[in-house]
Every structure is written in structure tokens, then in C-alpha cells.
Design a protein around this ligand. Structure first.
Ligand code: ADP
Length: 247
């Protein structure tokens, strides 16, 4: 236990932030950002007295600006911290606000880490009840380091029911356990597609893979989301489905 205690770096809270929830996935393209955005909106919609932030830590492919219909450079506060951009009542910060959309992101590991560090620490978050962090996909050094350096209340892992995605989701769950971050549960995404014409259901990526994995890992299934055109269109139009459906 002593070696463990010495091995774990000290966690530093984020000023003004009460609860940090990370949304992670092993593989890219499984719907992690879509989940993070809609989770942030749902938390706010559930209780309008709560202040919610959304941090896009997916510095390789930031998608929060497009999904939240936000662009432009953050202003600086008097203490030289970046002010998050606001839309749909959610305070957002993303690498996408700091570099051109078309700029190549060819940083090496260390620079990625320092970029994330800046996005976390050099932001004037004000007082937040929840900060939802859209993690970069995978379970490498960067993800590990983020999980060790900030006090995370819980992690949500997103996966499709496909074997290859599940294997990586499994690794993700193990990583969080190793660094003592509670895993809140799994979200199975893109589990079924219903033909809008004949209503026939097709399990394009498999049916229950994430549910089975949750059972193996003794985790809850927090949600099971179909593959649906409205979800994709809502994301691409910058009006996430949770906002769109609440209008
Ligand atoms: P990740 O963050 O894991 O890379 P994204 O959230 O960016 O994945 O999703 C990848 C693409 O799939 C996006 O174009 C998104 O709009 C779309 N998408 C995600 N979930 C669904 C879904 N349930 N139905 C339809 N499209 C989806």
C-alpha cells in the first residue's frame, strides 16, 4: 500500500468545480463526444439551478465546437485565464477554440499532455456543479495522466456492441480501476437500426455486446442508444439531440 501511495501522483482539484465526470471510450468513432455533449445538456435540463461545463480533451479531433455550435477565441479574464464559450447554458472549452480547424495536429505525446493541462487549469470555469470531460479515445499515457491528476467523481464508458470496440472498452474500465476512478457504468451506442420504412431492426454492430461486458465487469448499463439518423443530423447541425428534443 505504501508503494501504491508513493506511486500515485497528487491529485489537484479544478478551481470552482464540484464534480468531474469523464466520458471515455477505447476506440474512436463510437459516440463518445455525442454522449458527452448530450450528458452535459441532460444534466442541465434536469436541474436548471446546476451550472454545467464541458471540456473537450479530445485534442486530436475536437468535435465539441461543431456539436455545440460554437466558434471563436476565448476572452482572457483579469487573472489571464481563458473564459469558456457558452451555448445552450453549457460552459465549453476546446482546443478547437484555440487552433484553426484545418491546422494539422502533429504534437508529440508530451505536447498533447501540456495542451490538455492548459485546457483544464488555465480556464476560468467560475462555479460549476458538474464538469463533463470528453476524453481522447484510448487508454494510453495521456488518458492515464488525466485520470491521475484530477479528482474524477466517475467515468462513463461508451462502446458499440462490436467486439473490437468492447475489447478496448474493457481496457478502459481496467485503467480507471487501476487509478481508483469509480466507473459509473457503460453506455451501449449504435446497438440497433430500425428501418424507417419497414421498421425492420438490424443490429449492425451486434446486439448486446456492451451489456455482456457490463455483466462481466459487474458494471451498470447506463443507456442503450440506437443508431438513428436524427442523432447524427442533430450533432452535425450543432443542435444536440437532447436540446433539439427539448424545444
Ligand atoms: P467519438 O467521440 O467516439 O469519436 P462521435 O460522438 O464523434 O464519436 O460520433 C461519431 C459519429 O457518429 C458522429 O458523426 C456522430 O454524429 C455519429 N453518431 C454517434 N452516435 C450516433 C447514434 N446513436 N446514431 C447516429 N449517429 C451517431
Amino acid at each position: 500500500a505504501q508503494i501504491m501511495a508513493r506511486g500515485l501522483p497528487k491529485q489537484k482539484p479544478i478551481d470552482g468545480v464540484k464534480q468531474i465526470i469523464v466520458v471515455a471510450s477505447g476506440k474512436g468513432g463510437v459516440g463518445k463526444s455525442t454522449t458527452a455533449v448530450n450528458l452535459a445538456l441532460a444534466l442541465g435540463a434536469n436541474d436548471s439551478s446546476k451550472a454545467i461545463g464541458l471540456l473537450d480533451a479530445d485534442v486530436y479531433g475536437p468535435s465539441i465546437p461543431k456539436m455545440m455550435n460554437l466558434q471563436g477565441n476565448p476572452e482572457l479574464s483579469e487573472s489571464n485565464l481563458m473564459r469558456p464559450l457558452l451555448n445552450y447554458g453549457i460552459f465549453c472549452m476546446s482546443m478547437g477554440f484555440l487552433v484553426e480547424e484545418t491546422a494539422p495536429v502533429v504534437w508529440r505525446g508530451l505536447m498533447v499532455m501540456s495542451a490538455i493541462e492548459k485546457l483544464i487549469r488555465q480556464v476560468d470555469w467560475g462555479q460549476l456543479d458538474y464538469l463533463v470531460i470528453d476524453m481522447p479515445p484510448g487508454t494510453g499515457d495521456v488518458q492515464l495522466s488525466v485520470s491521475q491528476n484530477i479528482p474524477i467523481s466517475g467515468a462513463v464508458i461508451v462502446s458499440t456492441p462490436q467486439d473490437i470496440a468492447l475489447m478496448d472498452a474493457h481496457k478502459g474500465a481496467e485503467m480507471f480501476r487501476k487509478v481508483h476512478v469509480p466507473v459509473l457504468g457503460l453506455i451501449q451506442n449504435m446497438s440497433v437500426f430500425q428501418c424507417p420504412k419497414c421498421k425492420h431492426e438490424t443490429h449492425i454492430f451486434g446486439a448486446d455486446g456492451a451489456k455482456k461486458l457490463a455483466k462481466t465487469l459487474c458494471l451498470d448499463v447506463l443507456g442503450d442508444i440506437p443508431l438513428h439518423l436524427n442523432i447524427r443530423e442533430a450533432s452535425d447541425s450543432g443542435q444536440p439531440i437532447v436540446f433539439h428534443n427539448s424545444k
